[in-house]
Design a protein around this ligand. Structure first.
Ligand SMILES: C[S@@+](CC[C@H](N)C(=O)[O-])C[C@H]1O[C@@H](n2cnc3c(N)ncnc32)[C@H](O)[C@@H]1O
Length: 561
């Protein structure tokens, strides 16, 4: 047998071809066996296109507010494909907590659980993640973030994958979360008590963290307030051997304080107290800054003099700008107490093994999104992200909306996620038999469905008929105004959506919306890509027309290429 790298018998042309191919090869980054076993759910989209079907009986309306949240049951590859049409560049935050690929059969690829004996388990996991991350990235707004929970099993490969998809320069950071301080007793080496979150921005130059408080305990020490916000007083004298008078002679100087303690200066003045950095026992220390810096800082009441035990002491105001540390140790992030037990309290049983702490997700949302943001979790599991959104909205009056996507593995969607969201929205009796008030909000529940992809007239018509849910979701107009075989009309408080299936019904449609004085998004069925604007010139000002199914097919052609 010829050795693998024996090129001696190759022709010049073949060698040139080989060199060219080698030069094109990826030079740096992640390489895996992508084609070993392609993912069925992705392949399926070559022959059938995903749409949504509303499960009307699962709709939740609490009447408390008019915010409509979304739950989509199905494989998230399909849900994300649909969202590529309905929500391109509309999502402000994507938080995901995917299966960690621990080797303990914690996820399925092509309907099979992947365990430690699968030699291609890393390749399969990476293909699975990549397909979805590419679709997810398109959904983010320019200032959007994607945050992915992960543990040590796939941290390194996920980091490289995300660097590849988002660009290394858009990597915002890696956060370590102490989610289980006890660790695991049975660990042979390190007992893991932490997990990670990889944080990426769609475009780091536009991505801004909010100035919010997430460490409430620490914030409580900032107990004073002035027109610049909260502060606490800290001594201006530094008592430490390295800050003795001998070690820091330039920082040992007198400060003069008026008798009413209001004027503080380094200019010597008669009748002022002369204050040196000196403790009661007579030991001499240094101020924190040299005189020049003192003068610069001594504005807007930065220094405060306090009379104490017949002495005058100098303090300065200490404020902390919220810089977020990348190790999160707060007890509120422990998944047992603020994840598992929270869920148990709502559903009355241990319904799901690994929910995240609700406070962890709340803090992520607080830092990275706005009060009216759209927040997506496409590995929603027990629905912690939805719960966190509802709880923040109720706390600060926000209008955040969530979109949760999950499959129904072990009935996670129908028996855990949906009932949890329903109870949190409507209110429930907790495990102590106490009434917990509902947080409000409304929910639309969809399942993914399919239409054949072959571009026949019949299939195009079918896709159009089955696109009502996608179009009303895209427009956010969920209230049905009228429905008949040739057109449907939906609305919300600000606008209308019309979908016309039959070109002979233009006039009927016009009559139906004649009195509507609000913007109308009009989708018209067309086998070609014709939008019929000429037929609607009389309604020009209020109308935005789009031909379907072509506008949907354009997106699907791009993503399923
Ligand atoms: C680790 S859990 C997420 C838990 C969630 N963060 C919580 O707090 O409850 C991952 C979830 O993703 C779901 N999942 C796995 N593969 C999926 C897929 N292809 N499409 C949709 N959901 C999937 C699983 O059913 C599981 O519930």
């Amino acid at each position: 047998m010829t050795p693998r790298n024996d090129y001696s018998g190759w022709s010049k042309e073949d060698l040139i071809k080989k060199v060219k191919a080698l030069e094109k090869r990826k030079k740096y980054g992640l390489v895996w066996d992508t084609e070993r076993e392609p993912e069925k759910v992705a392949l399926d989209c070559q022959t059938q296109l995903p749409t949504l079907k509303e499960i009307k009986e699962n709709e939740i309306q609490t009447g408390k507010d008019d915010i409509t949240h979304i739950l989509i049951e199905g494989d998230n590859y399909h849900s994300l494909s649909v969202l590529n049409y309905t929500h391109e560049k509309c999502i402000d935050l994507i938080y995901i907590d995917p299966p960690f690929n621990t080797g303990a059969s914690d996820w399925k690829y092509n309907n099979n659980y992947i365990d430690a004996n699968d030699a291609f388990r890393h390749s399969k996991w990476l293909s699975f993640m990549k397909h979805r991350l590419i679709l997810a990235k398109r959904l983010l707004t320019t200032r959007g973030f994607l945050i992915c929970a992960i543990d040590a099993n796939e941290l390194f490969s996920l980091g490289l994958l995300l660097d590849e998809i988002f660009g290394e320069s858009n990597r915002v950071g890696l956060v370590t979360v102490i989610h289980n301080p006890k660790g695991r007793n049975l660990s042979k080496h390190f007992s893991e008590n932490s997990e990670f979150m990889l944080v990426y921005a769609k475009d780091i130059s536009s991505a801004i963290f909010n100035d919010v408080v997430i460490d409430e305990d620490k914030q409580a020490t900032f107990n004073l307030n002035d027109d610049q916000g909260k502060y606490r007083l800290e001594p201006f004298m530094r008592v430490r051997t390295s800050w003795s008078r001998e070690n820091k002679p330039k920082c040992h100087y007198p400060i003069y304080v008026s008798k009413d303690l209001k004027d503080i200066t380094i200019d010597k003045k008669p009748d002022y107290y002369e204050v040196f950095p000196k403790t009661e026992d007579g030991r001499e220390w240094a101020w924190k800054n040299v005189p020049g810096t003192f003068v610069r800082l001594n504005k807007n009441g930065y220094f405060v003099a306090v009379a104490k035990n017949k002495r005058v002491e100098i303090f300065h105001k200490y404020r902390e700008k919220q810089v977020f540390k990348n190790v999160w140790t707060n007890k509120k992030y422990q998944s047992e107490f603020h994840g598992t037990n929270v869920l148990k309290d709502i559903l009355g049983e241990n319904a799901f093994e690994y929910p995240k702490s609700i406070h962890l997700v709340e803090d992520i949302i607080k830092i990275t999104s706005k009060k009216d943001s759209v927040i997506l979790d496409y590995f929603a599991g027990s629905g912690t992200t939805g719960h966190a959104v509802l709880s923040l909205n109720s706390e600060d009056g926000g209008n955040r909306r969530f979109i949760l996507c999950t499959n129904n593995e072990n009935n996670i969607c129908t028996e855990v996620c949906y009932p949890r969201i329903q109870k949190v929205m409507r209110g429930y009796k907790n495990s102590k038999d106490e009434n917990v008030s509902g947080l409000g909000g409304n929910l639309k529940y969809y399942k993914t469905e399919f239409v054949p992809a072959a571009p026949t007239d019949k299939n195009k018509e079918l896709l159009t008929r089955q696109s009502i849910e996608m179009l009303t979701l895209r427009e956010g107009t969920f209230e049905k105004v009228s429905e008949n075989p040739s057109y449907v009309i939906y609305k919300n408080s600000e606008k209308y959506t019309g979908i016309i299936f039959d070109q002979l019904s233009f006039e009927k449609f016009k009559t139906a919306v004649a009195k509507v004085n609000k913007p109308i998004s009009l989708y018209i069925f067309s086998l070609a890509d014709e939008d019929f604007s000429d037929d609607f010139t009389d309604m020009k000002g209020l109308l935005k027309i789009c031909a379907i199914p072509e506008s949907i097919l354009r997106v699907y052609r791009r993503i399923f290429r």
